[in-house]
Write a protein that binds this ligand. Structure first.
Ligand code: BMA
Length: 322
């Protein structure tokens, strides 16, 4: 039995696992929860992130518009399934994550600069007024994911250095900061090991703290003659030194399978960006972009996922990509 260390979310969206379903992560039957047409002028709405906010939930959503500019907007929901998005663009860029730390909400996203993508950082208390902070990296980097609390007194961020294209540089690193302004203590976390993730890996949702360690969902990419396929994997990182991988599943937990994941602007993409975790029940709701077109919702529990990771564990030397 593993336990989530964190808040209770009694209104977490939930559906029981379908009878006879063999795997640890199952999809919401009403997927996709956000479609490409949910905003005027949107081409697609996909890799997006949500958090509990007030009595309900708030989120940051990637909206590629009909000029194919990449924008981030906010949205609100009472049940974390039905969302009302705001047309107003808060930042340009893509793949937003949102993380509550000490009562403030931090947005990290792929910020567009003339020299390539960096990790932008901004903070809000109300999802209306945002204060942009210094970028957390130099170009070129993507998939910047904050931890929800300081570890050893320092803020921590997972990040994937990359080049201006899609490959190479496919490893997850970690960086630390005392003030969210200056970053350092760069640590290698893990690189691709198995075929399903062989091209690159990148952090996904805010890591979930458990008594066994930080549960990290991430995406892994395989290249086939038809292009990239993005799937979701999971690993457990040391609670005090989260650059150390304690356990890691050798196989994906969710991969493109349904039509809305296999058909779209970029076919065969499952790209997790957020997870709501209820400490009381161990339930987890995962939000992921599907086929770079819409947003899907999937469910698991901390026990289902941890049991799967432990039953399919890679050797630690493997998981460091060495
Ligand atoms: C990645 C990012 C994601 C996207 C994925 C698949 O490099 O750009 O936004 O979902 O490619 O196209």
């Amino acid at each position: 039995m593993a336990h989530i260390i964190g808040q209770n979310i009694p209104n977490l969206p939930w559906q029981d696992k379908p009878e006879g379903f063999a795997y640890p992560v199952w999809r919401y039957s009403g997927n996709p929860i956000i479609t490409r047409d949910d905003l005027f002028f949107s081409n697609s709405i996909f890799n997006s992130a949500v958090v509990p906010f007030g009595e309900g939930f708030a989120g940051v959503f990637r909206v590629d518009d009909r000029t194919r500019d990449q924008n981030i907007v906010t949205g609100f929901s009472a049940d974390a399934v039905h969302w009302t998005l705001d047309e107003k663009v808060i930042f340009k860029g893509y793949d937003p994550r949102i993380c509550e730390i000490e009562g403030k909400y931090y947005l990290s996203w792929v910020n567009l600069t003339p020299r390539g993508t960096t990790i932008g950082l901004a903070v809000t208390e109300n999802f209306k007024n945002w204060k942009q902070l210094e970028d957390a990296t130099y170009p070129v980097a993507r998939n910047g994911v904050l931890f929800p609390r300081r570890v050893g007194g320092e803020y921590m961020m997972l990040v994937r250095p990359c080049d201006r294209g899609h490959t190479p540089y496919g490893d997850i690193f970690l960086q630390c900061s005392k003030d969210l302004n200056y970053w350092g203590k760069y640590r290698f976390v893990m690189g691709p090991v198995k075929n399903w993730e062989m091209t690159k890996v990148g952090a996904g949702p805010t890591p979930i703290e458990t008594d066994l360690g930080w549960l990290m969902f991430y995406h892994g990419v395989i290249t086939s003659c038809n292009g990239f396929t993005y799937s979701m994997g999971a690993a457990i990182l040391d609670r005090d030194e989260p650059w150390k991988v304690l356990h890691r599943a050798d196989s994906f937990l969710l991969a493109p399978h349904e039509l809305y994941e296999t058909v779209g602007d970029v076919p065969n993409v499952v790209f997790p960006c957020a997870a709501l975790a209820d400490a009381a029940t161990g339930r987890i709701a995962i939000y992921y972009g599907a086929a770079d077109t819409c947003v899907g919702l999937a469910f698991t529990t901390v026990d289902e996922t941890v049991d799967y990771i432990l039953a399919h564990d890679l050797a630690i030397t493997d998981s460091r990509g060495e």
